[in-house]
Design a protein around this ligand. Structure first.
Ligand SMILES: [Zn+2]
Length: 226
């Protein structure tokens, strides 16, 4: 992975020295003090999801908190897809910053990412959830462990399954390491759709001894709400 990611980072750093900062979405020039990385027009186009305090019903009881700043639509969808598939790894800190207001309070959280099975990496060689989780942990100064939760079974074409089939995803597809024991765990992913993955991960974390789980994603699809 790392060679390409390091090359991208070095290249962006060099460009950054030569050019003024630009909007991550439309690439227009940004005012120097712009903290988010988006111009005011793009920021205004983001489909904000202003709901707080909602727990999607498929999440198990060990999950006490759920938060996502955006609906999975329009510019939010575009940014998530770029992060995932189009060399948009530099978008992770920006998206993590948008997540901050929806994260649980407290400084004792252990941040973990929804893991990918090693076979699923394919040509991509990175897991966007890990990039987001690492950025969230950095911004909030929280503990982060990249392999606290491991996927032991491949996803078996999740995207092509029906909703009912996806909800059958087993918590035994994931294994939590002993370091989650008695910890409050903040589980990070890019999108929340059926909630099947978050549910399976939360149950695996509970089985591993986690005291409490919070789920945070960049974007949310409200289909699962009653
Ligand atoms: Zn813009």
């Amino acid at each position: 992975m790392r060679v390409r990611a390091l090359f991208d980072k070095a290249w962006r750093h060099l460009l950054g020295l030569a050019l003024p900062p630009t909007c991550a979405a439309c690439e227009c020039a940004l005012p120097a003090a712009e903290p988010v990385g988006l111009c005011p027009d793009c920021y205004a186009k983001l489909p904000w999801w202003d709901v707080t305090g909602v727990l999607p019903p498929e999440l198990p009881k060990v999950v006490k908190c759920f938060g996502a700043p955006l609906l999975y639509d329009g510019l939010a969808r575009e940014l998530v897809l770029r992060l995932k598939f189009k060399d948009g790894t530099h978008l992770a800190p920006l998206l993590a910053r948008l997540m901050l207001p929806k994260l649980p309070k407290g400084d004792d959280w252990l941040v973990v990412a929804v893991p990918m099975h090693r076979r699923a990496f394919g040509g991509r060689m990175f897991n966007q959830a890990v990039l987001l989780a690492r950025a969230v942990a950095r911004l909030r100064r929280l503990d982060f462990h990249v392999d606290a939760l491991v996927r032991v079974k491949p996803s078996d074409g999740q995207a092509k399954r029906t909703r009912a089939q996806r909800l059958k995803l087993s918590s035994h597809d994931f294994v939590a390491k002993p370091l989650v024991r008695a910890r409050r765990v903040l589980l990070v992913d890019d999108i929340y759709t059926t909630g099947a993955t978050a549910r399976a991960c939360a149950l695996a974390l509970k089985r591993g001894g986690a005291a409490e789980v919070a789920v945070a994603t960049v974007a949310f699809t409200p289909a699962s709400l009653p």
